[in-house]
Design a protein around this ligand. Structure first.
Ligand code: GTP
Ligand code: MG
Length: 552
């Protein structure tokens, strides 16, 4: 279903907002190929943040007239774009052209009064629209999907696709975040920022992780952090004569305790005052303290941390890797889905491999191709200019931020070959001796005895997969070998496109126990049933992993 993105004014933004609908049918939209020159991560973040600040979220009655709705809202100021989506009711995301329009809308809004309940007043940008005369409004509104296609449909798509390359691209297209979903993620952060600003007026709530690094799957969690740099650095370099002015502040024994105190207060605030924030959990004793909650209207499972600049930098690095070559994201999405299908990753924290680690493994593998598909982090560092210099908490996070300064790869290998080679490479990797290191792009001796050692790209003395047990690693290796073998067999025994027997990527997503009977029976009915169950697990009820409390 195509989302409705109607543009009423602001001509400058028309081309950009229509782009999604202009894709030629059958082409895979990855969101990057059509942007020349490629945009920097910081530009993209700033632009989206600014858009979100001009945007409101409105809970609407099930049946309203879209035209009347827009006409009503337009009296507060011109609208740039809008879309509807469903999540326990109908919601509209409305982006005004000017921020000031929101003030006018808020001035025309009142706090509800009910006989049974008392309201905690809050001038938020999350509204509830009621109809004065419901009977006159009958039209149903088309809404944008915030979750991927049904499992059955997706599986059928994969079965009828012509090549393994197309299968990987189809999976990417079906699972990647849509423009609307991305907008909703930035808006949710912006709404949380309004609440946090009650305590910290200059704070910024920044999204990071898979919501922004281009590897996010529809339904994945929303990672965000409270950025207090504006407050911290306020007037940092201003001195006047012999005097130096400091704020009178409370002090605590460590940075960690400061983080815990800030998050504790914000957790309370979200719980007691945040419209639509439910199930607030304060997980303050984790290695990386966080507040977890559900944002009901958007349907996002949110993880709020503080001071996560390094994680934001990791997101920027992944964004760059994802943008350099269209094969990167297609391969990462398929490997993540493959891992989820075989329970190599999980929504419960534990000894499992995380999606973040899997992405690092794919990047490393692509650096090892000949010629390489991706450059090493060290070579991105040598391309950096003075502006790119970046030290965070003593860690050198310098690398080139301008995508246009990185030469494209001369490697022309197909996705099919890369998928096969990925499984072979890691099926035979000397995990007992070597570590994975995207900084150098070469295997290094393991500095300790962790079963899986993936060097943290910026905090280089840390292992991002420290949590992974030997048995989980072995399971990964066994499945990788088995998958390489299946793909080799497929070469000899490829079914015709007219049969809907799972093949290629689809057969890799089948649980191992069912694979043998599949190849023997080739029964279509059996295939669809098994696959339905499998894909149910793939999407994990619409929410993705949130294993970040382990292994950071
Ligand atoms: P999803 O599974 O789709 O949520 O992927 P994700 O990349 O968002 O992973 P997750 O939500 O677990 O973590 C969010 C971000 O935190 C990641 O993108 C990384 O930038 C960072 N992160 C996660 N795990 C680690 C880790 O073990 N070490 C470090 N240094 N950063 C991590
Ligand atoms: Mg995440």
């Amino acid at each position: 279903q195509r989302p409705i993105v109607r543009l009423l004014s602001c001509p400058g933004t028309v081309a950009k907002d229509l782009r999604r609908d202009e894709q030629p049918s059958g082409s895979v939209e990855t969101g990057f190929e059509d942007k020349i020159p490629k945009r920097r991560f910081s530009e993209m973040q700033n632009e989206r943040r600014e858009q979100a600040q001009r945007t409101v979220l409105i809970h609407c009655p099930e049946k309203i007239s879209e035209n009347k709705f827009l006409k009503y809202l337009s009296q507060f100021g011109p609208i740039n774009n809008h879309f509807f989506y469903e999540s326990l009711g109908l919601y509209a995301v409305v982006e005004f052209c000017q921020k000031e329009s929101i003030g006018s809308l808020q001035n025309g809004t009142h706090t509800p009064r009910t006989a049974m309940e008392a309201a905690i007043p809050f001038r938020s940008r999350f509204f509830n629209l009621k109809l004065k005369n419901p009977t006159s409004e009958r039209s149903r509104i088309r809404s944008s999907n915030q979750l991927p296609r049904s499992n059955k449909q997706l599986f059928e798509l994969l079965c009828y696709t012509e090549s393994i390359d197309d299968q990987l691209n189809t999976l990417l297209k079906e699972f990647q975040l849509t423009e609307e979903n991305t907008k909703l993620r930035y808006l949710t952060c912006s709404l949380i920022e309004d609440i946090a600003a009650a305590y910290f007026p200059d704070c910024i709530i920044r999204p990071f992780g898979s919501s922004v690094n281009t590897f996010g799957k529809l339904g994945c969690d929303l990672d965000m952090f409270l950025d207090l740099d504006e407050t911290r650095n306020l007037g940092a370099h201003k001195t006047s004569g012999n005097f130096l002015m400091e704020f009178q502040v409370k002090t605590v024994p460590s940075e960690r305790i400061a983080t815990q105190k800030i998050l504790s207060v914000l957790g309370e605030c979200l719980d007691h005052l945040g419209p639509g924030c439910v199930g607030v959990q304060k997980i303050l004793n984790a290695r990386c303290p966080l507040v977890r909650f559900s944002h009901q209207a958007s349907g996002f499972q949110c993880d709020l941390t503080t001071n996560n600049r390094i994680a934001l930098t990791s997101s920027e690095l992944l964004y760059i890797y994802g943008a350099l070559d269209s094969r990167v994201r297609a391969l990462v999405f398929s490997i993540r889905c493959w891992a989820r299908a075989h329970s190599l990753t999980s929504s419960i924290p534990g000894a499992w491999i995380t999606n973040f680690s899997l992405t690092m493994m794919v990047i490393f593998f692509l650096q090892r191709r000949s010629p390489p598909i991706l450059p090493t982090l060290d070579s991105l560092k040598t391309l950096a200019d003075a502006e790119d210099k970046c030290i965070i908490e003593g860690n050198n996070c310098t690398f080139v931020r301008d995508l246009n300064r990185i030469k494209p790869s001369r490697n022309t290998e197909t996705l099919e070959l890369l998928l096969k080679e990925f499984f072979e490479y890691f099926g035979n990797f000397a995990f007992d001796k070597n570590s994975i290191n995207i900084r150098q792009g070469s295997e290094q001796n393991k500095p300790d005895s962790s079963p899986l050692y993936i060097q943290n790209p910026f905090e280089t003395s840390l292992n991002i997969s420290k949590n992974v047990s030997q048995s989980q690693l072995q399971k990964f290796v066994d499945l990788a070998r088995q998958s390489a073998w299946i793909l080799q067999q497929e070469d000899r025994d490829r079914p015709s496109i007219s049969s809907n027997r799972p093949w290629g990527l689809a057969s890799l997503l089948l649980p191992s126990v069912n694979r043998k009977s599949f190849t023997k029976k080739k029964s279509n009915k059996f295939a669809i049933e098994t696959v339905k169950n499998l894909l149910e697990s793939l999407k994990g009820n619409g929410t993705e992993n949130f294993t970040k409390t382990s292994g950071k």
